[in-house]
Write a protein that binds this ligand. Structure first.
Ligand code: SAH
Length: 245
C-alpha cells in the first residue's frame, strides 16, 4: 500500500474484479490503512489494480473502522503484461530473497519460481511474505501486473517437466568474463532465467544444464556477482536484449 508520488494518489492492490461501477469491499487491513492510517473519508479517490483488469480510479463509498467499500469510477490504465520471462532462483537469506522478488516484480518478470539446487542454503520460503513483496513492488512502481510466486521446487523436477517452447538463460558463474550469449535470439520468445545460490551450481548441475537443448549458458560479466545482484543484472540484460525495454 503505497502513495503514488506524481498524483499523490494511493495505489492499492485488491483481489476483487474491477469494472465500471463495480463495488469493491475492502479487507480489514486495507480499511485500516486507508481510513485510520491515511485518514481518507467518503468521497476520497484511490487507484486500484488486481493484476488482471488494468488500473481503476475508485471512490470511497463507505468508510468504517475495519470495513469499507470502494466504487470503480473509470479505468485509468489498461493491463500491461510483462514479457513472458520467468525468474528462477535458489533462495538465499530472508532479506536478500525479499529483495530478489521485489526487483523481479519491478523489472518485469512474468512469474517467480524459487528452486532448490544442490547448494541451496535455504530449505524453506515464506510464499505469502514473498507474494506481499511482489504486490508492494507493483503498487510502488505503477505496475498493473503482479508476478505469481510459486512454491519452492527442486530444480531437477522443473527441468524434467520443462515446456518445450521455453528457452532457459542459465547464468553460469563458471563463464565469468566470457562474452554475453543472448545474440541471435529474437524478441518475443518465452524464456526463463536461472540464478544459482551463494555456493553456485554443482559440477553435476552445470554438466546437466549445459547439455539441455533449450538452455543457453550466459555470463554476467567479468566479476562474480552475489545471487541477488545477479538476479537484477540478468533481468536487466534479458529485458534490454530480448524483452520490452
Ligand atoms: N560461489 C560461487 C558464485 C555464486 S554467485 C563462486 O564463487 O563461483 C550466485 C549465482 O549468481 C551464480 O550461481 C550464477 O547463477 C550467478 N552469477 C554470479 N556472477 C555471475 C557471472 N559473472 N556470470 C554468470 N552468472 C553469475
Amino acid at each position: 500500500m503505497v502513495m503514488s508520488m506524481k498524483k499523490a494518489k494511493i495505489r492499492l492492490y485488491v483481489e476483487h474484479a474491477l469494472g465500471e461501477g463495480q463495488s469493491v469491499p475492502l479487507t480489514r487491513a486495507q480499511a485500516h490503512y486507508l481510513f485510520s492510517v491515511m485518514r481518507l473519508g467518503e468521497g476520497a479517490e484511490v487507484l486500484l489494480f488486481n493484476g488482471r483488469d488494468g488500473e481503476w480510479l475508485a471512490g470511497v463509498a463507505e468508510a468504517g473502522k475495519r470495513t469499507g467499500v470502494l466504487t470503480c469510477l473509470r479505468r485509468t490504465r489498461p493491463l500491461q503484461l510483462p514479457p513472458d520471462v520467468w525468474l528462477m532462483f535458489a533462495p538465499i537469506k530472508k532479506a536478500r530473497t525479499d529483495f530478489i522478488v521485489e526487483k523481479a516484480a519491478e523489472l518485469g518478470a512474468a512469474r517467480i519460481l524459487p528452486v532448490r539446487t544442490d547448494f541451496t542454503n535455504s530449505e524453506r520460503i515464506r510464499r505469502d511474505r514473498l507474494e506481499a513483496h511482489a504486490i508492494e513492488a507493483a503498487e510502488q512502481c505503477g505496475g498493473t501486473y503482479v508476478p505469481p510466486v510459486e512454491e519452492l521446487k527442486p530444480l531437477e523436477k522443473l527441468l524434467a517437466e520443462w515446456p518445450e517452447d521455453r528457452r532457459l538463460m542459465f547464468c553460469d558463474e563458471a563463464l565469468v568474463g566470457a562474452g554475453a550469449a543472448l545474440e541471435g535470439f529474437e524478441r518475443g520468445g518465452k524464456w526463463a532465467i536461472l540464478i544459482g545460490p551463494e555456493g553456485g551450481f554443482s559440477d553435476a548441475e552445470r554438466e546437466r544444464l549445459r547439455a539441455l537443448p533449450f538452455a543457453t549458458a550466459v555470463s554476467l560479466g567479468p566479476r562474480i556477482l552475489r545471487a541477488d545482484t545477479a538476479a537484477v543484472a540478468a533481468l536487466t540484460l534479458w529485458q534490454s536484449t530480448l524483452g520490452d525495454w
